[in-house]
Design a protein around this ligand. Structure first.
Ligand code: 5GP
Length: 190
C-alpha cells in the first residue's frame, strides 16, 4: 500500500496517552512537524497559545468553519470543539515536512475521507484496566466528565480495524519511537 509520506494521523481512545506521546515527540523529534489545533476549550495551567493550541472563542471557531479553514473538526467529549488548521498543514507538507496530527477519532475519519492516502496510526492502551487507571489518575476532570470520557473510550476502542497500524502505549518513549519509525524517520533508539 503506497502512503502519502507527508501526513500521519495519530488517534485512539480517550486517556490512552495521545497527548503524552505527542508531547514527547514535540520535545524530542524536531524533525516531526506537529500540528497545533484550534480549540474552544480554555487553556489549562501551563498551556501556551500557539504551542499547545490556538485558543478560540466559539464565534472565532464558527468563522474558521465558515471560511473552510479547517481540514477537520469535531466536538470532543460533548463539550468543546477542536479542529486542524488546513493552511498550516498544507504548507508544512509542501515544505516536505513529516506532519503529525494528534486528533480524536471523528477527526481521523474526516481526514481519511479528505486524504485517504495519509498514514493512520491507532494508539492503543496495554489494557482496559490500565486505561481506566490513567483516566481516573489524571484527576483533572469531574467524576461525571470521567464517566463521559470512558463511554467515549469504549466506542473508540472498537475503531482499531479502521487504521493502518496499531501502536501500544505501554511506554511513552517506546511508543513514540515506534510511531516515528512508522513515519519513515529514524528513531533515536531502537
Ligand atoms: P485535551 O482537551 O485533553 O487537550 O484534548 C481532548 C481531545 O481532543 C484529545 O482526544 C485530542 O486528541 C483531541 N483533539 C485535539 N486537537 C484536535 C483536533 O484538531 N481535531 C480533533 N478532531 N480532535 C482534536
Amino acid at each position: 500500500m503506497s502512503k502519502n509520506p507527508g501526513l500521519t494521523v495519530l488517534a485512539g481512545p480517550t486517556a490512552v496517552g495521545k497527548g503524552t506521546v505527542s508531547t514527547y515527540i514535540r520535545d524530542n523529534y524536531p524533525e516531526v512537524w506537529l500540528s497545533v489545533s484550534a480549540t474552544t476549550r480554555p487553556p489549562r495551567p501551563g498551556e501556551t497559545e500557539g504551542v499547545h493550541y490556538y485558543f478560540k472563542s466559539p464565534e472565532e471557531f464558527d468563522r474558521l468553519i465558515e471560511q473552510g479553514e479547517l481540514l477537520e473538526w469535531a466536538v470532543v467529549h460533548g463539550h468543546n470543539r477542536y479542529g486542524t488548521l488546513r493552511s498550516t498543514v498544507d504548507a508544512a507538507i509542501a515544505e516536505g515536512r513529516s506532519v503529525l496530527l494528534e486528533i480524536d477519532l471523528q477527526g481521523a475519519r474526516q481526514v481519511k475521507a479528505a486524504v485517504p492516502d495519509a498514514r493512520f496510526v491507532f494508539l492503543a492502551p496495554p489494557s482496559w484496566e490500565e486505561m481506566v487507571r490513567r483516566l481516573v489518575g489524571r484527576g483533572t476532570e469531574t467524576p461525571d466528565e470521567q464517566q463521559r470520557r470512558l463511554e467515549t473510550a469504549k466506542l473508540e476502542l472498537a475503531a482499531e480495524p479502521e487504521f493502518d497500524f496499531t501502536v501500544i502505549n505501554d511506554d511513552v518513549r517506546r511508543a513514540a519511537d515506534e510511531l516515528v519509525s512508522l513515519m519513515g524517520l529514524t528513531p533515536h533508539r531502537s
